[in-house]
Design a protein around this ligand. Structure first.
Ligand SMILES: Nc1nc2c(c(=O)[nH]1)N[C@H]1C(S)=C(S)[C@@H](COP(=O)(O)O)O[C@H]1N2
Ligand SMILES: [Mo]
Length: 254
């Protein structure tokens, strides 16, 4: 090392300095860009669905990716009945006012405009019963393993010959008072764990958890599991969705 000339030393020093300046410049540029982009996103006016258009675009890309990898075979992890909690958390009371009486309640299935099929709870119970135990997840951040029984949505569609309806893209559901409503994509609805559900822990569903009939759709977050179904309809356009209107992801898949 003794032989390194002063000239070479100076060149090396200069190179170190040059690189240091470049590193710091790039670093500060990145920080500045980050602040600028964040400020722009933060100040972006929200659109009709209460979300900044840029964030909405990102959610759309997410949805495309998830839909692409989604197949009918995909199922939520199944649990044993003994894993299920005894006390099931109650969450969300929109469209749940008052006590529902099955003497007057009917499930209204809008096959097409002006063509509505009207069913009683006994009509639904007459179909084969299927049970599912899965980890119920709410977007608020809690989850619990719960145990449900009812009729597979796909069995229901077959039984009532809803063939053209099942070729449509979405199923919409509305509470009897129209206060809560959701839309779900047909592949998720036809998935074998999706139930028109009338039992929880082997007993009729309690009033506040969706009596007499609720949706259980294990491949989706809780917001999509509409309690107390009044009306069901089919559409190629996205049905109105309570939480999507308030800024949540429409797809809300797990
Ligand atoms: N009719 C109706 N269904 C609803 C809701 C609601 O407010 N009204 N909330 C949803 C949400 S956010 C969750 S997490 C689940 C909770 O179901 P649970 O009360 O049986 O736990 O119901 C969903 N279905
Ligand atoms: Mo939820």
């Amino acid at each position: 090392m003794k032989n390194i000339s002063d000239n070479t030393k100076r060149t090396v020093q200069r190179e170190i300095k040059r690189r240091t300046v470049i590193s710091f410049s790039v670093f500060f540029l990145c920080v500045a860009c980050g602040i600028f982009l964040f400020a722009r996103l933060y100040n972006e006016p929200t659109s009709a669905d209460n979300v900044q258009p840029t964030l909405r675009k990102a959610l759309k890309v997410n949805e495309k990716i998830f839909s692409l990898f989604y197949s009918k075979a995909r199922q939520a992890k199944a649990f044993k009945k003994s894993d299920a909690v005894a006390t099931v958390r109650v969450n969300g009371g929109a469209g749940m006012d008052g006590i529902l009486d099955t003497a007057t309640w009917r499930l209204k299935v809008a096959r097409a405009p002006g063509d509505t099929l009207t069913l009683t709870l006994d009509d639904i119970k007459a179909l084969p019963k299927t049970e599912v135990v899965f980890d119920f997840k709410c977007v608020e951040g809690w989850s619990q393993v719960t145990y449900w029984g009812g009729v597979r949505f796909s069995d229901f569609m077959k039984k009532y010959n809803l063939v053209t309806q099942s070729s449509m893209k979405y199923v919409g559901m509305i509470t009897p008072d129209a206060e809560y409503y959701v839309g779900n994509d047909m592949p998720s609805m036809m998935q074998p764990q999706t139930l028109l559900c009338y039992e929880m822990n082997g007993k009729p569903i309690p009033q506040n958890q969706g009596y007499p009939l609720r949706l259980i759709i294990p491949v989706k977050y809780g917001i999509k599991h509409l309690k107390r179904i009044g009306v069901m309809y089919f559409s190629n356009d996205k049905p109105a969705d309570y939480w999507a209107e308030r800024g949540y992801d429409y797809y809300s898949g797990l």
